[in-house]
Design a protein around this ligand. Structure first.
Ligand code: ATP
Length: 258
């Protein structure tokens, strides 16, 4: 089943300039799609559109074959924000953050059930954060902060996970733990859209990659096919970060040498 189907979507903030134009992208259930592009290319805008924060001016977004609003209400979409988007001074413990993932599933009294409690404990355990459950979020390291918000997404039990730069500022151990967790989630049939600036690791965890440039999806498809020098040059404005630039001297000049 298609977990995410973005079809011909254009959006604008506050009715101004287009921040996303005619973008299309599909992500299957049980797969990971990497999202790469320069700063300002439109990755966060795509996330916000998929979460239903910005209504498209044109086009459609479907999550597990439902309109976004319905998918959100059903708790199908879980979001792991960029660290910059979180107020780390907010007085809340790790366990409380993870419990927030259960809110959509609680009754009107908002009192956690035994299932909610179990899901929270299991999620903390899965990301190796049980020992930090009572810690205030402002007192965590960068990697621990990521793990806490990953646990919140796990507790929510979403089927489409949006991870905004999960590898930003984390050490090798945490990066490996996140990649291994993504493998488990993929085997459970969940889908993931993962934005990253770390092109070197894309092939280790992505089934597919979407290249975002100039506020649209330039291209998406199987990782090996998409990550060519030409495609990366088109995405990063001729400055492909994976490959060295071509030699400056034209071939003819070299032939003329003795
Ligand atoms: N709140 C906003 N109001 C108006 N324009 C915005 C807003 N947020 C982003 N934009 C514009 O929309 C375009 C896409 O920005 P977006 O934040 O989606 O890029 P990004 O790929 O996530 O960049 P980064 O890698 O820097 O996070 C940019 O031209 C940006 O200036």
């Amino acid at each position: 089943m298609m977990a995410l189907d973005v079809h011909d979507v254009s959006v604008a903030y506050g009715g101004g300039r287009l921040a996303m134009r005619q973008a299309s992208l599909k992500v299957r259930g049980g797969s990971v799609c990497g999202l790469v592009g320069m700063n300002g290319a439109g990755k966060s805008t795509l996330f916000k559109t998929v979460m239903g924060f910005i209504p498209p001016l044109r086009g459609t977004v479907q999550v597990f074959e439902q309109p976004v609003i319905r998918a959100q209400k059903a708790g199908l979409i879980a979001y792991v924000p960029q660290s910059e988007d979180v107020d780390w001074n907010f007085p809340v413990s790790v366990r409380e953050v993870v419990m927030m993932g259960r809110q959509g599933k609680m009754n009107w009294l908002r009192r956690p059930s035994a299932i909610d409690e179990t899901m929270v404990e299991e999620s903390l355990e899965r990301v190796g954060m049980s020992a930090f459950a009572e810690r205030q979020i402002g007192e965590l390291s960068g990697g621990q902060r990521k793990r806490a918000f990953l646990a919140r997404a796990l507790a929510q039990d979403g089927r489409l996970l949006l991870l905004d730069e999960p590898f930003g500022g984390v050490d090798v151990g945490t990066s490996e733990a996140i990649i291994s967790l993504m493998g488990e989630l993929r085997r459970e049939g969940r889908a993931m859209l993962v934005s990253t600036h770390d092109l070197g690791t894309l092939e280790t965890f992505c089934d597919e990659v979407a290249l975002i440039a100039d506020r649209t999806v330039l291209l998406y498809g199987p990782t090996g096919e998409v990550l060519t020098a030409d495609n990366l040059a088109a995405t990063f404005g001729g400055r492909s970060p994976l490959h060295a630039p071509p030699p400056k001297q034209p071939a003819q000049q070299m032939e003329a040498r003795p």
